[in-house]
Write a protein of this length. Structure first.
Length: 277
């Protein structure tokens, strides 16, 4: 069964001057316009395409990558408003509508909003909503500390950034634990930091305990060796410098070089670390 607003792998039925027709099963034959047809495309080939409605409300296929698919959250920019709602930059020929009833506040052209894409049951059309709470999973989350998750940076908060992770749950990244540039709408990997008694979940951009892992200490040693046995990054260096080099917090870096020092592998000076002779 064809899934509107999502990627589908469909079989090429026939080629025409203006594209190819795909087997749309219950939706009939679906056109993939000529400009999106890959080279050396023949009948019976299978193509991965995104299915949506064009500006004339015809079901159509594209190999373009949309900024959101049905069932997902994303931060999207309003490119126009009208008497029916606001239109978001979908990354396709057609913009995505947010009806007035689905806006938390009146959306303004040029602003970016967190939305969820869905198929309207009455009209069978794809739309977006800023009233996202009903689409988040409210069941108790079953995650483990340190588990890797997919994050969407949703909005800034007093404490840091609210995020949606695994396309299902709210989480929070604390501002003092961010050691890399982040922006609203960005999708990054993160890790479960704490499952709080009140049901809220703290996440981190770094794996818990990463600073004590063999992976980080090996990375530090490799960097020292590449620099002739000396590295001008000490436990007093700026957090940004440490993160750019090793992708970890200053706290975890200090733990790692401390472990190397205790093992007698390195010496720690005021502004550098070096291999012990």
């Amino acid at each position: 069964m064809i899934e509107i607003g999502k990627y589908n792998t469909l079989t090429v039925i026939k080629a025409v001057d203006f594209g190819v027709y795909l087997d749309g099963e219950d939706r009939g034959e679906i056109l993939l316009p000529k400009e999106y047809v890959p080279e050396k495309c023949f009948p019976n080939d299978e193509l991965k395409v995104f299915i949506y409605f064009d500006s004339e409300d015809r079901v159509i296929a594209t190999t373009e990558i949309p900024n959101i698919v049905v069932g997902e959250f994303a931060c999207m920019k309003v490119v126009a408003t009208s008497s029916v709602g606001a239109f978001l930059d979908w990354g396709l020929r057609k913009d995505l509508l947010v009806p007035f009833r689905e806006q938390r506040e009146r959306m303004k052209e040029g602003n970016t909003y967190l939305v969820y894409a869905y198929v309207d049951e009455e009209s069978d059309r794809i739309a977006a909503t800023a009233k996202i709470e009903k689409y988040l999973d409210r069941t108790p989350a079953a995650y483990e500390v340190g588990q890797e998750v997919d994050l969407l940076i949703a909005r800034p908060s007093d404490l840091g950034y609210s995020v949606i992770f695994n396309n299902a749950h709210w989480g929070l990244i604390y501002r003092n634990e961010i050691f890399q540039p982040v922006r609203v709408g960005q999708k990054v990997k993160g890790y479960i930091k704490e499952m709080r008694p009140d049901g809220k979940i703290d996440v981190s951009l770094q794996r818990a305990g990463y600073g004590q892992s063999d992976e980080l200490t090996a990375k530090i040693l490799e960097k020292i060796k590449d620099n002739g046995g000396v590295l001008d990054v000490s436990d007093k260096s700026a957090p940004e410098i440490i993160y750019n080099l090793f992708g970890c917090s200053k706290k975890n870096y200090k733990k790692a070089i401390g472990a190397l020092y205790k093992q007698g592998i390195i010496e720690i000076a005021e502004d550098e670390i070096r291999l012990k002779q």
